[in-house]
Design a protein around this ligand. Structure first.
Ligand code: RB5
Length: 150
């Protein structure tokens, strides 16, 4: 599969290790993140990975910042993205199986590298279960189509 990865300055070290791991798992990685520790703004990386996933350039996305939160909120502003922040593998499995998440996010300041690798492995190997979960995913995406604004 093709995996888009993005990160800010707080997650360069973890991004590099996760890129290597994803390649070891047999996937192609497209790097949208920063490669330096110079302070930068995470929204652009979340947006770029979100666009890559929704356009089909990538099958799934991985986002890493200090907490995983800012970059995932940014990605979720792109229509069609379902990015989930996750700090352990059980949630990584359930966001694929139940929520059909297409991007996983975590924080270099929150999880260790071995937990992060396991989150990624589980996320990339779990199928969406469909059924009753499909209805709920459809309802989530319906909220997006309403394009609510004040
Ligand atoms: C950067 O200092 C930090 O705010 C960012 O990486 C992230 O944690 C935001 O959600």
């Amino acid at each position: 599969m093709k995996i888009a990865i993005g990160n800010d300055h707080a997650a360069v070290t973890m991004k590099n290790e996760i890129m290597k791991y994803v390649e070891e798992l047999g996937h192609e990685v497209i790097n949208f993140g920063t490669d330096t520790s110079d302070s930068c703004d995470y929204p652009e990386y979340g947006e770029n990975v979100g666009r890559a996933v929704v356009s089909g350039e990538a099958d799934f996305g991985i986002l890493i910042c200090g907490t995983g939160v800012g970059i995932s909120i940014s990605a979720n502003k792109v229509n069609g993205v379902r990015a989930a922040v996750c700090s352990e593998p059980v949630t990584a499995r359930l966001v694929r199986a139940h929520n059909d998440a297409n991007i996983i996010a975590f924080g270099e300041r929150i999880v260790g590298i071995e937990i992060a690798k396991e989150i990624v492995r589980v996320f990339l190997t779990t199928e969406f279960e469909g059924g009753r979960h499909q209805r709920r995913v459809d309802l989530m995406m319906e909220i997006e189509r309403k394009n609510f604004s004040l």
